[in-house]
Every structure is written in structure tokens, then in C-alpha cells.
Design a protein around this ligand. Structure first.
Ligand SMILES: Cc1cc2nc3c(=O)[nH]c(=O)nc-3n(C[C@H](O)[C@H](O)[C@H](O)COP(=O)(O)OP(=O)(O)OC[C@H]3O[C@@H](n4cnc5c(N)ncnc54)[C@H](O)[C@@H]3O)c2cc1C
Length: 373
């Protein structure tokens, strides 16, 4: 097994965790990443890392100490507001919530730093894969180079180039979009909005829409504006014209508290549209020699705070299965996938339920009910 070249496509949290846990078991792998460097794109945003999946993977990776040093204390505080910014539910962070918040970029950095230097090949965008038989694949990259590998793992996210080798499934728009915005130095410059956002996560909700935020370090409030609108309606907004886009989105929140709508209108950055796509909840594939998927490539789902956790957990589980089946890659992949499929289907169904709680007809009271023991 140690002589089998393992090629991982994508240096997101799933691909890097796979490479790291393989390394812990003395198995070499190469990660091919399309972006030019680790700094090519801001990895902004806080992720809550769960004690039942993401943290278990970090333990397998031997990175608990490094992870603990990244925790943003107070970040697990949660509040639910109505559209007038009345607080309907509030929970403070006493450090026992089991889902501490860390910056995505920091988490990616500790994984990168834990790998031998040449493990990640930057600027290697996979464009095509040719099956060669007997589980071998030839990888073609945008820079004209090619590689032949004995195990190909697609950790290349929502629009995976590896997935078509295994299944015809394509992500479809869920009907809800998130629009990201950031307020800098919010306590000083936008005190009413900063006060509404609180010290952790804030959910201001109504049926079909919401203004959500995360408190980030250095006085930053990161807002996610949720709108259940058609793709056609959303793509009519010109996001290149930031003031007009902010005004158009804010118009959907007429009669909401100005402290909340200022999270859109006073944003220090141009709003970023993210149309939320998902694969079918039961997405799976027949066992095909020499290739498998981890993370969003395998089970893209509506955001419910679990996607990055699941990607890391998949990566760690696949690495452990490979280590546990020396010389029998097919058995390793079969063991990994037999647990991956039901785990992902369950998480995807739960993500649908969470999104119904957030944006369904009984919002925001449905979320208060979910949070209340
Ligand atoms: C708005 C939003 C908010 C979210 N919030 C949370 C949250 O709070 N908590 C949480 O757990 N999850 C959250 N998620 C989900 C989470 O971001 C994903 O589930 C997670 O990033 C998946 O990790 P991954 O490694 O599978 O894929 P990715 O993080 O997408 O990484 C894929 C990597 O592959 C590379 N790549 C892609 N194509 C190629 C190619 N052809 N060749 C080479 N490289 C390629 C990409 O550049 C990228 O580096 C959120 C998602 C969204 C959209």
C-alpha cells in the first residue's frame, strides 16, 4: 500500500485532513489544488467544530492542541431575534457547548503546516480524468501536465471534476441564497448593529428570509442575508453595482429594525451572492476500483453548520480505512463508503430540517423551539 501513489484533488478541509491522517499512518499522498497558493483566496468565516465529528477528525490528525489554541472564546453564544430585533432566545457561551468556533483559514493553516512540504501541489487544476483500467487513472491538469495514480480521491468540492466518474448526480439550487456582507470595527462605527449581533451567532428570522451574523475577531461582524427567492430573481440583481445591490436586498427587509438592515446597507464590502446548491440526499455510487469522494464532492448539502465537519470526518475515516486494509484498496474503499453513505444521507436530511426551521412558515419561533431544551 505504501507504494501506491494516492492523489487527492482539492486542498480544502476534507482533502487536507485525508492527507494528514494518511501521513500520521505513514502513508504518502499528493494533494493537487487548483488555486495558485494557500493565500490565493480569503478563507474567511467562522466554523463551529463539533465534538461528534470535526473534533474527532482533529484528534485522529494529532492536532487537538493546535486546534484548541484557535478557539474563539465566547463564540458559541447564540441569540434568536424577530424582525424588530427583539431577543426571543439567548444562550451565553460557558465553554461547554461542544461546538467551539474557529476561523476557517486558521484551521486550514494548521492542517497545511502539519504536512510534509511538497504534499500540496498548488496551481494544479484538474481538467480531465482518463480511466486506464485496473483502478488506475490518468489525471490531466490545466497546466498541461499529467499524472497516473493508483487511488484518486475527489475532495474538490461542490463542482467536483472527479464525481462524474462515479455518478451522474449534479447539484441543484435549493431555493435559498445567502448573501455575505462584512462590517469592520462594528462596535465603534455601527454600535446598534453590533449590539444586535451580540458576541456569537445571531439569527434574525421570518418566513422565507433572515439576517444572520457571526461575531469575528477584531470587531468584525460577518452577516449572511438569507433569501428564499428564485435563481432568476436573484441573478437580475447587478452585484457588480454594490450600492444598488445592497439597496435592492435591503428593500426585501422593509419594516425590519434598522439595526438589522444596516448589516446590509452599511456593509464595508460589496455583497457576495452564494446560491445554495445540494446533491440528492441519498447520493451514492456503485463501487468502482481506484476512485472515491470526500466532503462536498460526495454530499453537498444546504448549510446547517455541518459541511466542513463532515468533510474533515470523511477525510479521517477514509485515511483510517486505507491504513486498516494494507494491500487491499477495494476493501478499504468499500468499508469507507458503507459508512459514508448512510452518514451523509442522515446529515443531509437533518440539514433540510434545519433549513425548514430557519426559513419555514413558523420562523423564528421554530428556531426558538429547536434551541429550547
Ligand atoms: C455560505 C456558506 C456557509 C457555510 N458555513 C458552514 C459552517 O458554518 N460550518 C460548516 O461546517 N460548514 C459550513 N459550510 C459548508 C462548508 O463550507 C463545506 O461543506 C466545506 O467547505 C466542504 O469542504 P471540502 O473540503 O469538501 O470542499 P471545499 O472546501 O470546497 O474545498 C475544495 C477544494 O478543491 C479545490 N478544487 C476544486 N476544483 C478543483 C480542480 N478541478 N482541481 C484542483 N482543485 C480543485 C478548491 O479550490 C478547494 O480548495 C458553509 C457553506 C456555505 C456555502
Amino acid at each position: 500500500m505504501k507504494n501506491t501513489p494516492i492523489s487527492i484533488i482539492g486542498a480544502g478541509l476534507g482533502g487536507l485532513m485525508l492527507a494528514r491522517v494518511l501521513h500520521v499512518h505513514g502513508i504518502a499522498a499528493t494533494v493537487y489544488e487548483g488555486e495558485a497558493s494557500a493565500a490565493a483566496r480569503t478563507q474567511g468565516g467562522l466554523l463551529d467544530i463539533h465534538d461528534f465529528n470535526g473534533q474527532l477528525a482533529l484528534k485522529d490528525a494529532g492536532l487537538v492542541e493546535e486546534f484548541t489554541a484557535l478557539i474563539q472564546h465566547g463564540g458559541q453564544a447564540t441569540r434568536v431575534l424577530d424582525r424588530e430585533a427583539n431577543v426571543l432566545f439567548e444562550q451565553h457561551d460557558d465553554g461547554t457547548g461542544g461546538r467551539p468556533e474557529v476561523q476557517r483559514g486558521d484551521l486550514r493553516r494548521i492542517l497545511l503546516e502539519s504536512l510534509p512540504e511538497s504534499t500540496v501541489q498548488w496551481g494544479r487544476k484538474l481538467t480531465q480524468v482518463t480511466p486506464l483500467g485496473s483502478g488506475q487513472h490518468q489525471l490531466h491538469f490545466a497546466d498541461g501536465s499529467t499524472v497516473i495514480c493508483g487511488l484518486l480521491v475527489g475532495a474538490d468540492g461542490a463542482w467536483s471534476r472527479v464525481r462524474p466518474l462515479l455518478s451522474d448526480a449534479k447539484p441543484v439550487y435549493t431555493g435559498t441564497a445567502l448573501i455575505e456582507a462584512w462590517l469592520h470595527d462594528a462596535d465603534q462605527r455601527h454600535p446598534a448593529s453590533a449590539a444586535a449581533a451580540g458576541g456569537g451567532s445571531m439569527f434574525a428570522l421570518a418566513p422565507g428570509q433572515g439576517i444572520l451574523s457571526h461575531r469575528e475577531p477584531n470587531g468584525v461582524v460577518h452577516a449572511y442575508i438569507a433569501l428564499s427567492r428564485s435563481e432568476e430573481w436573484l441573478t437580475k440583481i447587478d452585484f457588480n453595482d454594490a450600492p444598488a445591490a445592497k439597496a435592492r436586498i435591503a428593500a426585501e427587509f422593509e419594516n425590519w429594525s434598522p439595526a438589522l438592515t444596516a448589516l446590509i446597507t452599511d456593509s464595508d464590502t460589496a455583497p457576495v451572492l452564494r446560491l445554495i446548491h445540494a446533491l440528492p440526499n441519498e447520493h451514492r455510487w456503485p463501487r468502482i476500483p481506484g476512485v472515491t469522494l470526500v466532503g462536498d464532492a460526495a454530499h453537498l448539502m444546504a448549510p446547517s453548520g455541518d459541511g466542513a465537519n463532515l468533510a474533515m470526518y470523511d477525510g479521517a475515516e477514509l485515511a483510517k480505512a486505507i491504513a486498516a486494509h494494507p494491500g487491499n484498496l477495494d476493501a478499504a474503499l468499500a468499508a469507507y463508503e458503507s459508512e459514508l453513505f448512510p452518514r451523509s444521507a442522515k446529515a443531509a436530511a437533518e440539514a433540510d430540517d434545519v433549513n425548514q426551521v430557519l426559513y419555514g412558515n413558523h420562523s423564528p419561533h421554530s428556531l426558538v423551539k429547536m434551541f429550547t431544551p
